[in-house]
Each structure stands twice: as structure tokens, then as C-alpha cells.
Design a binder for this molecule. Structure first.
Ligand code: ADP
Length: 164
């Protein structure tokens, strides 16, 4: 049988335990999961693409069927190029729904064969996002409940290098 590849796009600035939860659920459904780091025109990221990719690679090192890439442009076109059968998105609270619903309908119009899969993370992560993690870390707060130790170190280094 043809192996089923799913693509999980996002900004991942940086990857959190919420993202990891979604990736772990995805690998139990699909043969291969490609985590695709994209540009978001509405967001000016703290980390470079290379930094974000490296953090995702380290965070998912225990998952053999996960690869990390960068994409530019339309996600549906990238999905087509990768022969992805599905696109994964995480759904946290109702606040995510409106935007995701709109995006999903647009993407479905552009690429009707691509199945869009929405996964819910563990309750512990439903209020977690990368912005909060960056903010807490910038004020020197403990982010160990939200990201891996490696990502916590990278954030600490970014914000508090000069203080040492
Ligand atoms: P984007 O800018 O595309 O929303 P993000 O990196 O913030 O990129 O998120 C990528 C995907 O992961 C989105 O589908 C988002 O809803 C989901 N996601 C983000 N944080 C969490 C979380 N804590 N739990 C579950 N899904 C999440």
C-alpha cells in the first residue's frame, strides 16, 4: 500500500509541547509526517528558520517518521509537491475555530483532494501558544512545563545572553 504522508505546517516560533503533542498523535495515524516551517506574513518571528528547524528536529528526534522542512508560498501547493494526502492542524480552544474554519475552506477550494485533519492536544496544552512562551521566557519565568529542556535553553540564551 502507498505510504501516507501528512504535512503539519506552522510558524513554530518556537516549537512547544503542544505542537509536539499534535505531532505524536499524527504519527500514530500517518506513515510519515512532515513538519513544515513557513512564513507567516502577520508575524515577525523571534527565531530564524534554521533555528526553528533545529529546535523541531531535536524535539522530535525520538520519532523516526518525522522530517522537518521549510516552505515558502502556498501550503496547498507545497502539499501537492510533497504528495501529501493530508494536512494537520491543532485545535485548542474555540478561539482557534473561526480562523481555522475559514482557512480550511479556502484550502479545500484550492486543493480539494487534500484531507484536512484537526487534532486536539492534551488538556494541559489547550491554552499554550508560542507567544506566551516567548513572553514568559523574556521576563525570566520558568517555561519548563511548556517546552523541552533544549528549547528552554535556546530561549534563555536568546533573551538573557547579555545578562551573564
Ligand atoms: P500558525 O502561525 O500557522 O498558527 P503555529 O506554529 O502557531 O503556526 O501553530 C501551528 C499549528 O499548531 C496550528 O494548527 C496551531 O493551532 C497548532 N498549535 C499551536 N499551539 C498548539 C497547542 N498548544 N496545542 C495544539 N495545537 C497547537
Amino acid at each position: 500500500m502507498k505510504s501516507k504522508l501528512a504535512i503539519y505546517p506552522g510558524t513554530f516560533d518556537p516549537i512547544t509541547l503542544g505542537h509536539l503533542d499534535i505531532i505524536e498523535r499524527s504519527v500514530s495515524i500517518f506513515d510519515e509526517v512532515v513538519v513544515a516551517v513557513g512564513r507567516n506574513i502577520g508575524k515577525q518571528p523571534l527565531f530564524s528558520v534554521d533555528e526553528r528547524i533545529e529546535m523541531i528536529q531535536k524535539t522530535t528526534a525520538h520519532l523516526p517518521n518525522v522530517t522537518v522542512t521549510y516552505f515558502d508560498g502556498l501550503i496547498v501547493e507545497y502539499a501537492r509537491k510533497m504528495n501529501a494526502v493530508a494536512m494537520i492542524r491543532g485545535l485548542r480552544a474555540m478561539s482557534d475555530f473561526e480562523f481555522e474554519f475559514q482557512m480550511a475552506l479556502v484550502n479545500r477550494t484550492l486543493h480539494p483532494e487534500l484531507v484536512q485533519v484537526f487534532l486536539m492536544p492534551h488538556e494541559a496544552y489547550t491554552h499554550l501558544n508560542s507567544t506566551i512562551v516567548r513572553e514568559v521566557s523574556s521576563f525570566g519565568g520558568d517555561i519548563s512545563a511548556f517546552v523541552t529542556p533544549h528549547v528552554a535553553d535556546v530561549l534563555h540564551e536568546k533573551f538573557h545572553r547579555e545578562e551573564k
